[in-house]
Design a protein around this ligand. Structure first.
Ligand code: PRT
Ligand code: ZN
Length: 285
């Protein structure tokens, strides 16, 4: 039987969430420890634990069929892999930054300047597109210290909270791209592996949709029932059941996290009582 080989980061910012995603899809592993390779006990997949930078290459070379990695790494490696799903975690920006004390005059500021980065390909593409002639100084780590020690005029690096920039007296001046964890796949995987991948994506999406939604139950006065139903449309439409007490109904529905607080406020105004909100584990839409 075919087995889909999944490459995930061995240890780092992506590891825990990647593993969680796979476990939430109902896939379990007997050996808890992280060997290099781990075979699932109830689904035809195998996990390979690797350094994130190597994942696009391994997927290109068919060592793994799919992988979970930051979009920034995929773009820098320019490998022949396909992004099949954005996963919504490990979100960050890739930005240009310069010393706080220096005035920024617009992107032409970088003309004739030196920029330190670990992402020379993404940066050079950006500079070319914007017709900026800067010198790229490639370094592999601690890019943020480069301006302070006189190695460069600015940096191009990952920014998340921005605190690394602040503690190095730098300021973000241009956001070049936004990145998040993505699932990549070798575009040439066979039909059997593709079917396993589709099943896996279906499960992952059911969990992600569920996490974005809540189950809501409430008691509504019948006189406002129509208005309340308009506020919470639900998946198809809400379930309505009469309460033992005359003039009241119980309403069940599904609410998205995004509109949650706004809807709750409106429901209270419409006289809803006993509002219960319950997490959903899986949601098949
Ligand atoms: O060992 P291995 O090579 O596998 O891991 P790694 O050290 O190369 O990568 P890792 O685990 O640090 O990051 C993996 C991926 O997480 C990256 O490729 C990004 O896609 C994503 N990510 C999300 C981040 C950050 N947020 C982040 N903040 N990667 C790095 N950082 C760095 C950033 O460079 C900065 O210097 O963390 C520092 C703190 O950021 P601030 O802005 O919050 O201060
Ligand atoms: Zn890395």
């Amino acid at each position: 039987m075919e087995i889909l080989k999944i490459a995930i980061q061995k240890s780092g910012r992506l590891s825990e969430k990647s593993l969680e995603l796979i476990k939430e899809a109902g896939i379990s592993f007997n050996n808890g420890s992280r060997n290099l390779v781990s075979r699932a006990s109830n689904f035809p997949v195998e996990l390979l634990f690797l350094r994130d930078d190597d994942i696009p290459q391994y997927v290109t070379d068919n060592v793994a069929d799919i992988g979970i990695v930051g979009e920034n790494v995929v773009l820098e490696k320019t490998c022949k892999v396909k992004i099949v799903e954005k996963l919504g975690f490990a979100k960050c920006k890739m930005s240009l930054a310069i010393p706080k004390s220096i005035e920024f005059t617009g992107s032409e500021f970088f003309d004739g300047k030196k920029i330190a980065t670990s992402y020379p390909k993404i940066l050079s593409k950006y500079l070319k597109k914007n017709n900026i002639k800067a010198e790229i100084h490639e370094i592999s780590g601690s890019v943020e210290i480069a301006p302070g020690i006189g190695l460069a005029d600015g940096i191009f690096d990952i920014v998340s909270s921005g605190s690394t920039l602040i503690s190095n007296r730098l300021k973000e001046v241009e956001v070049v791209l936004n990145s998040e964890a993505v699932m990549i796949a070798n575009p040439q995987i066979n039909e059997a592996k593709k079917q396993i991948l589709d099943k896996l994506l279906f499960r992952i999406n059911s969990v992600r949709t569920a996490n974005k939604n809540k189950y809501i139950l409430l008691n509504a006065p019948n006189k406002n029932l129509e208005a309340i139903i308009n506020v919470i449309p639900g998946m198809k439409s809400p379930t309505i059941m009469p309460l033992a007490e005359e003039g009241w109904s119980s309403v069940h529905s599904v609410l998205s996290e995004k509109e949650f607080w706004e809807v709750i406020d409106q429901l209270k105004e419409l006289g809803a009582q006993g509002i219960l909100v319950i997490p959903i584990e899986k949601m098949i839409v």
